[in-house]
Write a protein that binds this ligand. Structure first.
Ligand SMILES: C[S@@+](CC[C@H](N)C(=O)[O-])C[C@H]1O[C@@H](n2cnc3c(N)ncnc32)[C@H](O)[C@@H]1O
Length: 218
């Protein structure tokens, strides 16, 4: 999507993807990554997700990236934190407590930002991106964090019922994008349409959330 699409959504408060509670899939499955704390978890396209708080409460440092300054400020405010701000490599970086959130385009992140990352927590990144950026995102992960295990939460539905975003990312697409590099284990797959009134309004009759554990093929 154009950067402006997401910035407008944040400006207009059109953020139906945001959850006010921790993601149950994160709570249920995170430990299967077997990543010890204190280490750093990278959260791509992080929005103002409270899942970052969940990770921080378990002792992790959290590095996020997000296009919208509004989202980052809202997150810091929700944590009652006053971040320190610096400019680095064309990004505004806001840090406070266990959090360091880079404001800008994931694809422009400097490698240095991922230096100490030991795990990735990705909820709804692929579904936020149109097909050509889905490929770019998959390549980015495989190149920049090749050995890092990831918990990936994605959505699939009948794409003829609605235009994205969120785009439908069925298992076959996840495997096409990531299966050459990662062993992908499905940890859960649930119908979550009833929790998504806004998407029902947009015409969806079914919505599947699938949780993947991704580890580099050895
Ligand atoms: C579907 S939302 C998911 C947010 C978050 N992961 C969550 O679970 O609430 C996608 C987010 O990615 C951000 N975004 C989209 N493209 C991006 C990019 N290229 N770089 C950084 N952030 C991006 C959007 O502003 C939006 O907040």
């Amino acid at each position: 999507m154009e950067t402006s699409f997401w910035l407008e959504r944040w400006k207009n408060g059109e953020i139906g993807f945001h959850r006010d509670s921790f993601n149950p899939a994160l709570e249920a499955h995170w430990e299967k990554l077997e990543v010890e704390s204190p280490t750093t978890v990278f959260v791509p396209l992080c929005g103002k997700s409270r899942d970052m708080e969940w990770l921080a409460r378990r002792g992790y440092q959290v590095v996020g990236v997000e296009l919208s300054q509004l989202a980052i400020d809202a997150f810091m405010e929700s944590q009652q934190l006053k971040p320190v701000q610096r400019q680095q490599d064309g990004f505004i970086v806001k840090s406070a407590g266990p959090y360091e959130i880079w404001c800008g385009d994931l694809f422009a992140l400097p490698d240095q930002c991922m230096e100490s990352v030991s795990a990735v927590y990705d909820r709804a990144s692929l579904v936020a991106l149109p097909p050509h950026l889905q490929c770019q995102y998959a390549d980015w992960l495989k190149t920049k964090l090749p050995d890092t295990p990831a918990l990936i939460i994605s959505l699939a539905y009948n794409q003829s019922e609605m235009k994205g975003p969120p785009f439908s990312i069925p298992e076959v697409r996840v495997r096409e994008l990531l299966g050459d590099h990662y062993a992908l284990k499905i940890l859960a797959s649930d119908d979550v349409i009833d929790d998504n009134a806004a998407l029902i309004k947009r015409g969806l009759t079914g919505l599947h959330e699938t949780v993947y554990l991704a580890r580099r093929i050895s």
